[in-house]
Design a protein around this ligand. Structure first.
Ligand SMILES: Cc1cc2nc3c(=O)[nH]c(=O)nc-3n(C[C@H](O)[C@H](O)[C@H](O)COP(=O)(O)O)c2cc1C
Length: 374
């Protein structure tokens, strides 16, 4: 029976346990996307906390694909030394690190990218803050190539693998969803056509990094949104990716427009609320022959352990619990199985936008209170 703390491999990448840090935007990069020394410290601390694999915050592959302030970019060869410092910091602390690469598509603002956002179709939907411009075929080609170039840089700069972001309403997800993809050409219409962009991105990435390098996807297995990507269509996408040779699928769901069923749900107040994407992950597990990572609401050791031992998922990934405490995996491994202190309030986004880096606001307040009491 599988256990959380055992060694596994994903296409040659050896991981010391089955816990993964799910991609988490740090809000710490320079305005042009260059990683900063603060990020090296942040990632070093995560690695030292014992998690088997760290997936970085999303890095944009092209300047017009940036989503948020403080987001890092992997769109230029100029950042080689900065990224090598980051991967070096993780490796020195005994960790493994995969770069998440993204294009935001319509899920950004002209204020952020200095031009009208680009998307599969010029549609006015809740998911977008402004109506984007429709991508031309030439622009699609450029973005596909930019994903490939981003992956090549990740490999050259010491990352142990690459994950492209096909979830949470960003560009790949926009192509998959009938709500945001209303194109009449070969990129829109049936699911066979809506996955064209995704498969082109996969092939461009694979071509750049070769067969012996871990290539993973974070995939929305449902948009949890009326008219959005359905589980059935996601199942189809996962099958095609598996056949094409993807090395792991991380299962997520929801977009910023999905209300309570958004990707980072709140009120995970008891174990019943945890593992909120597990049912979708079971579906994906049945569709693919590669390892499956499941994210969403994991807070307790018991639920995480059960997911690998009984549900037969390969990995459990977490974001907010490791903002609250990067040392959680080491603590669980040492036998202290108390649950994460994360209360799923999402206040961690605030300092990323306003103070140049995320942290757990609740934890900080508690520490300050304790210090005052001393
Ligand atoms: C501050 C913050 C930043 C995030 N940034 C990313 C990101 O860059 N890429 C991504 O795929 N998901 C991102 N997410 C979503 C998480 O990876 C994860 O899917 C979600 O929070 C649910 O997992 P959790 O309950 O363990 O937090 C972010 C979440 C938070 C709270």
């Amino acid at each position: 029976m599988a256990t959380l703390f055992e060694e596994t491999t994903i296409n040659g990448m050896t991981l010391k346990n089955r816990l993964v840090r799910s991609a988490t935007w740090e809000g710490m990069a320079a305005p042009d996307g260059r990683p900063t020394p603060k990020m090296n410290d942040f990632y070093r601390e995560l690695a030292a906390g014992g998690v088997g694999l760290i997936i970085t915050g999303f890095a944009f592959v092209q300047a017009d694909g940036k989503a948020l302030a403080g987001q890092m970019g992997i769109h230029t060869d100029d950042f080689a030394d900065d990224y090598k410092a980051l991967t070096g910091a993780v490796h020195a602390a005994g960790g493994k690190v995969v770069a998440q690469i993204v294009h935001a598509g319509g899920q950004t603002m002209s204020e952020t990218i200095g031009q009208k956002p680009l998307a599969p179709s010029a549609v006015d939907v809740d998911q977008f803050q402004e109506t984007p411009a429709e991508l031309t075929k030439e622009q699609i080609k450029q973005i596909v190539a930019a994903f490939g170039d981003g992956a090549r840089r990740a490999k050259d700069w010491g990352f142990d693998g690459v994950q492209f972001h096909g979830a949470h309403g960003y560009l790949i997800n926009q192509f998959l969803s009938p709500l945001t993809n209303q194109r009449l050409d070969e990129y829109g219409g049936s699911i066979e056509k809506r996955i064209r962009f995704l498969m082109e991105v996969y092939r461009a990435v694979r071509q750049q990094v070769g067969n012996d390098y871990p290539v993973m996807i974070k995939l929305n297995a449902s948009d949890n949104l009326k008219g959005g990507l359905t589980a059935r269509d996601a199942d189809y996408a996962a099958r095609r990716l598996s056949e094409a040779g993807i090395d792991a699928v991380e299962v997520s769901a929801g977009t910023p427009a999905s209300g309570k069923r958004n990707p980072a749900r709140q009120k995970i107040i008891n174990p019943d609320k945890e593992a909120y994407n597990l049912e979708l992950a079971r579906m994906v597990k049945g569709a693919v022959s590669c390892p499956v990572i499941v994210v969403g609401g994991y807070r307790s050791h018991a639920v995480a352990e059960k997911t690998v031992a009984e549900e037969l998922m390969d990995y459990v990934s977490m974001s907010r619990p490791l903002i609250n405490d990067p040392g959680l995996p080491a603590r669980w491994q040492a036998g202290d199985h108390s649950s994460s202190g994360c209360i799923s309030c999402n206040a961690c986004f605030g300092p990323g936008l306003q103070e140049g880096g995320i942290y757990c606001v609740v934890q900080k307040k508690a520490l300050e209170k304790a210090a005052r009491a001393e």
